[in-house]
Design a protein around this ligand. Structure first.
Ligand code: SAH
Ligand code: SF4
Ligand code: F3S
Length: 463
């Protein structure tokens, strides 16, 4: 195993100078992130790095001197959208001399994507992968200096770079990665190929970032990793995910912690005991099951059974009263039969998820499942999806209704459907809308739950 190196980001004077020289007024960058929270957080760091070398940020691609798409490769649809959006920029590039168009993130870590960009998208001038954020100043300097395309080949670096500058999108909710990459190789999934092997940040580095967030007034801090329950692998210190949670909870302040994603094969009873013991941890567990058929779970390389999964759920319900669950489900995995699908419906009913994120299987070149026979017609898969969504809707609506009558503490995080309402999130991840002054945004409020509109709770402020 290659040993992991921890390095600190350093400001790049030369790049900052070049940026200054290349433009009459400070240039603007438009960065758009697709995909999961990890990618969104990468996008925030990309913005931080750009600001560090003299870029301003803008919200519209038309205003930008640099347009960067921070991409996701998890499903084919996500990739097609990116190619469509990049294609739509061709006209802008012709009109605006000196405009730099770049693509980074998970798609850029696939050889065939870089090749396609090289061949068919000559107006894309900058490409770098997920491990290249700290090298962005150099790449931009190279582009500005040599006026040539800078297309980096996919590469995985056994390095964790700390202290990368960051421009967060919210002033009260923050993403905090505790690890990068994935070692699990679920047979349908491209993530381990594009994100590389699992790498854990040191607990001290995580704690330092966590403390700075709490001191800056952040209320909701979400710890991120593809499989947070295997946190600590390869670290010198003996520390697991529960230990890390306990350490973070020692930081004084008014905040709460969420985390994702928990893989059922590694989610431990110790983790559940920790949720039960620490009031700062939200009583919600996102525990993606993917499907309810043991036969398919083997095919998916998930390493747990439905029985084990239900044991975890049951233990959590016993130890953490009021805990809610959410999950990801893939419909139409290669070879999924009606019988397999029925088992998924059965499981969904047994667990009673508050939320379900459902996906129709998408073939990813290079993964094991891409070579498995997949005879089920698309129409049958979409039909299964419709049936699953119906079952889930009924479950969620009943669970949401059952919350009515309680008075709960919520973090106010946005506007509701009507202009004079705000929306807040409960500890258990449900959303409530209520009338209140927008000055409450970003703070905690006590709300009495009075009703529900589908799966959104309605309420009123309580003293
Ligand atoms: N690491 C997380 C999830 C990462 S991807 C975990 O293990 O749960 C998020 C979700 O996308 C997955 O949980 C899965 O449900 C879905 N997904 C991944 N690859 C997919 C594919 N090829 N087709 C359809 N859905 C997929
Ligand atoms: Fe993909 Fe599985 Fe890793 Fe999640 S645990 S990122 S689904 S390979
Ligand atoms: Fe997509 Fe990469 Fe996340 S593939 S889901 S952005 S890890």
């Amino acid at each position: 195993m290659v040993s992991l190196e921890y390095i600190a980001f350093e400001h790049n004077n030369a790049a900052a100078e070049l940026v200054k020289l290349a433009y009459d007024t400070p240039p603007l960058a438009f960065v758009h992130s697709y995909g999961c929270q990890q990618n969104v957080n990468d996008g925030e760091r990309i913005k931080g790095v750009l600001v560090d070398i003299g870029y301003g940020l803008c919200d519209k691609p038309e205003d930008a001197d640099l347009i960067l798409f921070n991409t996701c490769a998890v499903r084919e649809h996500a990739e097609q959208r990116v190619f469509g959006n990049v294609g739509a920029l061709k006209g802008l590039k012709e009109k605006k001399h000196g405009l730099i168009i770049g693509l980074c993130g998970c798609m850029a870590n696939q050889k065939h994507v870089v090749e396609k960009l090289r061949q068919s998208y000559p107006y894309v001038d900058l490409v770098f992968g997920v491990d290249g954020i700290d090298t962005l100043p150099q790449l931009i300097a190279q582009k500005l200096h040599k006026h040539k395309r800078v297309l980096m080949e996919p590469a995985q670096r056994p390095v964790i770079v700390e202290n990368i500058p960051i421009r967060r999108e919210s002033e009260f909710r923050a993403w905090l990665p505790i690890m990068y990459g994935c070692d699990n190789f679920c047979t349908y999934c491209i993530v381990p190929y594009v994100r590389g092997r699992e790498k854990s940040r040191k607990p001290g580095d995580i704690l330092a970032e966590f403390k700075s967030l709490v001191e800056a007034g952040y209320k909701e801090i979400t710890l991120l990793g593809q499989n947070v329950n295997s946190y600590g692998k390869g670290l010198e210190e003996q520390v697991d995910f529960s230990d890390l949670l306990n350490l973070l909870c020692t930081v004084p302040g008014d905040y709460h912690i969420r985390f994702m994603t928990s893989h059922p094969k590694d989610a431990s009873f110790k983790l559940i005991d920790t949720i039960a013991a620490q009031p700062k941890l939200c009583k919600h567990l996102h525990l993606p099951v993917q499907c309810g058929s043991d036969r398919l779970l083997v095919q998916m390389n998930r390493h747990y059974t439905v029985e084990h999964y239900l044991e975890l759920i049951e233990y959590a319900r016993k130890k953490v009263p009021g805990i809610t669950f959410s999950s990801d489900i893939i419909v139409g995995f290669p070879g999924e039969t009606e019988e397999d699908f029925q088992k998924t419906l059965e499981l969904v009913q047994k667990v009673g998820y508050m939320q379900l994120f459902t996906f129709i299987y998408s073939k990813r070149t290079g993964t094991k499942a891409a070579d498995m026979p997949d005879p089920t017609p698309r129409k049958e898969k979409t039909d299964r999806m419709t049936r699953l969504l119906k079952v889930q809707d009924d479950i969620a609506m009943a669970l949401v209704k059952a919350q009515v009558g309680q008075t709960v503490r919520v973090l106010v995080e946005g506007y509701g459907r009507n202009e004079d309402t705000l929306s807040g999130r409960l500890d258990n991840n449900l959303t409530v809308e209520f009338k209140a002054d927008s000055a409450l945004m970003g703070s905690y409020a006590m709300v009495r739950l009075t009703g529900a509109r589908a799966t959104v709770l309605l309420g009123e402020l309580s003293e």
